[in-house]
Design a protein around this ligand. Structure first.
Ligand code: ADP
Ligand code: MG
Length: 737
C-alpha cells in the first residue's frame, strides 16, 4: 500500500485522504462482555495448567516458576500435550516460540501442529522437545559479533515463568533466545538473570524483618505513550514510514500551546481503536486499565495494572505488537518513536518499579509497624544508593538515536540521572543521617521509631509534591523511571536497575552482618548504622528542583553526575570496569556479552542516523526540490505574462512573485549544497572501522546536516502553493482523524 516513488502520487494521497477524512466514521467496535470474564481467556494460565495435568507435573512447573528449577523431559511431554489440546480447543493451528531479539521487536516463526506420519497419515503433533527448545537460524538477528558466521545456530528455550498464549490462532510460547555457545541474543535472558539476582539479594535482606519471606519479585507497571496518525495521510510521508519520525514539516499555527488535548475527550475513531485493543489485550491477560489523551495533539497513553517484571515486559512487547495491528484495522498507524514531530512533545514509557514479597508486601510501601517502616526505608535508601552508583549506566540503558531527540528538550527529563523523593522524605533521611554511631540509646531508638519512621505512612498519604521533571521519582509506593523511551524494550532499563539494586543490597547485607559480628551490635542497631553510612553519598543524586533548567545542568556537573547528551557517549558506560563487574557479579552478562550489546547498540545508532540521512536526502532532492521548481515555473510564467501586459512597468506588479522566485532559488541552492556535503561526509565516515568512533562521528557530523537541510525544506513548504505540496503537513497529521 505504501508506494511513494512518485511525487504526484504522494500529493494525490495527501489530498485524497484529507477529502476522505471529512465525515469519516469510526470503525465500530462494541464489546458487551465484562473484562473480568474475558480476562486471560487466550492464556494458558496456572489455573488451566492445573486442570490439564496431574499434580506431580503441576508441581514441577510451579517449582520451575518459583525456584528456576529444570523441568525434565517426561513432564515436558505431558505439558506439551496439554498445551496442544488446549490450544486446539481454542482453534489454534500453529505454534511458535515467541522471543524478543535485539531488534527491539518480537520474533516468531510459526510451525503447524499438522504433520505427516511415516505412513503418510496426517496428524496433529507437538511434543516436549518442541516446547522446550527450538533452533531458529540466528544469523539474521543482531548479535554484536558473538555469533561466528560459521556458527549461525541459536536456540530458543521455553520460559515457564511467562505463560503461553494464543494470538491469531497461533500458540505463542515465550522463550529466551541464546547463541549456540550460550550467550544471550535477546532482552529476556539478562532480564531473568537480573530478576533472579535481585530476588536472592532482597530475600536475604527481608529475613531481617520477616522470616517468612522466601521470594521477592521485581514489579513493573509501564505507561506507554504513542501517537496515532491517519494511515492514508501517513502514506504521503515516506519519512514517517521509513524512520518513524517526520524529517520535514513546518510548525503548525496551533500545536499544543493551548493544552486542550491532555485528558480531553477521546476522539471517536481513536476510542473505537482503543476499545478493540483493550478487548484483545484483556483476552491475552494484559491487564490494561488506563487510557487517555496525552499532552500533544494526536498523542495518547495506556497503562496496565502492574505485574511481575518479566511478565510485564512480555506484555509491553505484546501490546506494542497488538497496537500496530489494531491501529491498522482502524486506518491509523501508531508511532512509538520518541520524537515524531519537532516542536511537539515526544513520547516516553514510564517504568514504575517496585519490589514485592511472596507474603504480599510491597517493599517500597511503608507498613503499619515501626519494623515494617524500617524495612521500607532499607529498600528505599538502597535503591537510591544503587541508582547513584550506576547513574551513568542507567542513562546508557535508555540511550537510543530516537530518545536522544527527546531527553533534555524541556518536555522530558534531561540526560542526567537524578532522584526525586519530595521534601518530607528528604527530611526523614536528614534525621536518619544524624543517628549516633554505634549502639543507639533506648531513648534515641524510641524517638526514631515514633517520630521519624513512625511518621512515614502519614507523610506518604499526602505526598502530593510530585516533580514531573525528574527522570527517576519516588511516587509513594514505587519508583518511576520516566526517562525510558517509548519505543524501547522495558527490559533494557529494568535489567540494569534490578542488577544495580541487587548489588547494592548484597553490599548492604554484608555491612549489616559485619556490624553484627564484629561490633556485636543488635540487628536493628546494625541496620540503622548501615543505613546512615549509606546515606552519605546519596545527597549527590537527590534533586528536588526543576530538572529542565540550565541551573540543574551546572549543578549536576559540580556534583560529578554524568551528562551524556548523545547515545554513543552514553553507551560507553556499558563497558566501564564498574558496569562490567556489576554484570558479572550479578551474573546478568559476561564481559563478552556486554561488549556484544555495546556493539549492537552502536551499530544500530549508526544505521538509524544513516537511514534518516538517506531518506532526507532522497525526499529533499527528488520530491521537495522538483515541487518547488514546479511552483517557481508557475511564478515565472506569471511574471512573463505580466511583462507582456505591462511591458517595462511589470516590476511593480510582479514584486512578490519575483521575491518568491529568488527565495526558492536560494533555498534550493542551500538544500542541494547540504545534500552534496552530507553524502560526501557519510562516504568518508563509512571508512571508519571502530564502531564508537563511527557512531560519534555520525552524531557530530551527519546529524547537523539533517537540521540544516530541513530548515530550508520547511521554508519551501511555507512559500510553495499548498496544492502542489506532496507531504501531508503537520496540521493535517496532528489534527485530522
Ligand atoms: P501517573 O504516574 O500517570 O500519575 P500512577 O501513579 O497511577 O499514574 O501510576 C500508574 C502506574 O504505576 C501503573 O502502570 C501501575 O501499574 C504502576 N504501579 C502502581 N503500583 C506499582 C508497584 N507496586 N509496582 C510497579 N508498578 C506499580
Ligand atoms: Mg506516571
Amino acid at each position: 500500500m505504501f508506494s511513494f516513488q512518485n511525487t504526484s502520487l504522494m500529493n494525490y494521497l495527501r489530498k485524497k485522504s484529507l477529502e476522505n477524512l471529512f465525515g469519516k466514521q469510526p470503525k465500530s467496535f462494541e464489546n458487551d462482555q465484562k473484562y473480568s470474564s474475558l480476562f486471560a481467556s487466550h492464556v494458558f494460565t496456572d489455573a488451566v495448567l492445573e486442570q490439564y495435568v496431574n499434580k506431580e507435573t503441576y508441581n514441577q512447573v510451579a517449582q520451575a516458576v518459583n525456584k528456576g528449577s529444570k523441568i525434565n523431559r517426561r513432564y515436558a511431554d505431558q505439558i506439551a500435550a496439554s498445551l496442544k489440546a488446549w490450544a486446539m480447543s481454542k482453534g489454534a493451528t500453529h505454534y511458535t516460540h515467541w522471543f524478543q531479539p535485539l531488534t527491539g521487536g518480537t520474533a516468531e516463526k510459526h510451525d503447524a501442529f499438522f504433520d505427516l506420519q511415516s505412513s503418510g497419515k496426517p496428524m496433529e503433533n507437538f511434543e516436549g522437545t518442541q516446547l522446550v527448545q527450538q533452533e531458529p537460524d540466528a544469523s539474521s538477528f543482531p548479535s554484536g559479533g558473538i555469533r561466528n558466521t560459521f556458527e549461525a545456530r541459536g536456540y530458543t528455550a521455553w520460559d515457564p515463568t511467562s505463560p503461553a498464549f494464543i494470538l491469531d490462532k497461533t500458540l505463542c510460547i515465550p522463550t529466551i533466545f541464546v547463541s549456540y555457545t550460550g550467550e544471550a541474543l535477546d532482552y529476556k535472558t539478562p532480564l531473568l538473570k537480573s530478576i533472579q539476582s535481585l530476588d536472592n539479594a532482597a530475600t536475604e535482606i527481608c529475613k531481617y524483618f520477616d522470616k517468612n519471606v522466601t521470594k521477592v519479585n521485581a514489579t513493573l507497571g509501564w505507561e506507554q505513550e504513542y501517537f496515532l496518525v491517519d494511515k492514508s495521510l501517513a502514506a504521503s510521508r515516506p519519512d514517517l514510514i521509513i524512520t518513524g519520525r517526520t524529517l520535514f514539516g513546518h510548525q503548525p499555527s496551533k500545536g499544543q500551546q493551548l493544552d486542550d488535548h491532555y485528558f480531553g475527550s477521546i476522539p471517536p475513531r481513536v476510542l473505537s481503536y482503543m476499545k478493540e485493543l483493550e478487548h484483545s489485550a484483556i483476552q491475552l491477560g494484559i491487564p490494561l486499565k488506563t487510557r487517555h489523551n496525552e499532552v500533544a495533539p494526536g498523542q495518547f497513553e495506556l497503562a496496565p495494572v502492574y505485574e511481575e517484571a518479566n511478565l510485564s515486559v512480555d506484555h509491553n512487547s505484546l501490546v506494542m505488537d497488538l497496537m500496530r495491528k489494531i491501529a491498522n484495522k482502524h486506518d491509523f498507524i501508531v508511532l512509538f518513536h520518541e520524537k515524531p514531530f519537532e516542536g511537539i512533545n515526544g513520547s516516553g514509557k514510564h517504568n514504575n518499579w517496585s519490589l514485592s514479597t511472596n507474603t504480599g508486601v510491597n517493599l517500597l510501601s511503608p507498613g503499619k509497624t515501626p519494623m515494617s517502616n524500617l524495612q521500607f526505608l532499607t529498600f528505599f535508601i538502597n535503591t537510591i544508593a544503587a541508582v547513584l552508583t550506576h547513574e551513568s549506566l542507567m542513562r546508557a540503558s535508555i540511550a537510543s538515536a530516537s530518545n536522544d531527540f527527546r531527553l533534555g528538550s524541556s518536555e522530558a527529563p534531561p540526560a542526567i540521572l537524578s532522584v526525586f523523593i519530595g521534601k518530607q522524605l528528604t527530611a526523614v533521611l536528614d534525621n536518619l543521617e544524624n543517628v549516633s554511631k554505634g549502639k543507639l540509646s533506648p531513648e534515641e531508638k524510641t524517638d526514631l521509631k515514633l517520630n521519624v519512621i513512625g511518621k512515614i505512612p502519614e507523610i506518604l498519604l499526602d505526598n502530593t509534591d510530585r516533580n514531573r521533571t525528574s527522570p527517576f521519582a519516588f511516587t509513594g509506593n514505587k519508583f518511576e523511571f520516566r526517562a525510558v523511551g517509548s519505543k524501547s524494550n522495558c527490559a533494557k532499563s529494568i535489567t540494569v536497575l534490578n542488577a544495580a539494586v541487587a548489588q547494592q543490597l548484597e553490599k548492604f547485607g554484608k555491612e549489616v552482618e559485619d556490624l553484627i559480628e564484629k561490633k556485636e551490635m543488635k540487628k536493628d542497631d546494625a541496620i540503622f548504622n548501615a543505613l546512615r553510612d549509606n546515606l552519605k553519598g546519596i545527597k549527590n543524586i537527590l534533586f528536588e528542583g526543576d530538572g529542565y533548567s540550565d541551573i540543574w545542568i551546572e549543578e549536576a556537573k559540580k556534583r560529578g553526575l554524568s551528562h551524556n547528551q548523545n547515545t554513543p557517549d552514553a553507551l560507553t558506560a556499558y563497558i566501564s570496569k564498574k558496569s562490567i563487574s556489576l554484570f558479572e557479579q550479578t551474573m546478568v552478562f559476561s564481559e563478552r556479552e556486554v561488549m556484544a550489546r555495546y556493539t549492537v547498540d552502536l551499530k544500530e545508532y549508526i544505521m538509524r542516523v544513516q537511514i534518516e540521512s538517506r531518506t532526507l536526502g532522497d525526499i529533499a532532492r527528488n520530491h521537495i526540490i522538483p515541487t518547488a521548481i514546479k511552483f517557481q515555473n508557475v511564478l515565472i510564467k506569471n511574471v512573463k505574462g505580466l511583462k507582456e501586459i505591462y511591458g517595462n512597468d511589470f516590476q511593480k506588479h510582479a514584486e512578490v512573485q519575483l521575491k518568491i522566485i529568488e527565495r526558492i532559488s536560494g533555498h534550493i541552492n542551500e538544500i542541494n549544497k547540504g545534500i552534496v556535503q552530507m553524502v560526501e561526509t557519510r562516504k568518508s565516515l563509512n571508512k571508519i572501522e571502530e564502531e564508537y568512533e563511527k557512531a560519534h562521528a555520525y552524531c557530530e557530523k551527519v546529524l547537523p546536516f539533517l537540521k540544516d537541510i530541513r530548515y530550508h525544506c520547511d521554508k519551501l513548504e511555507l512559500v510553495t502553493d499548498d496544492d502542489l505540496w506532496p507531504l501531508a503537513k503537520y496540521r493535517e497529521l496532528l489534527f485530522c482523524r
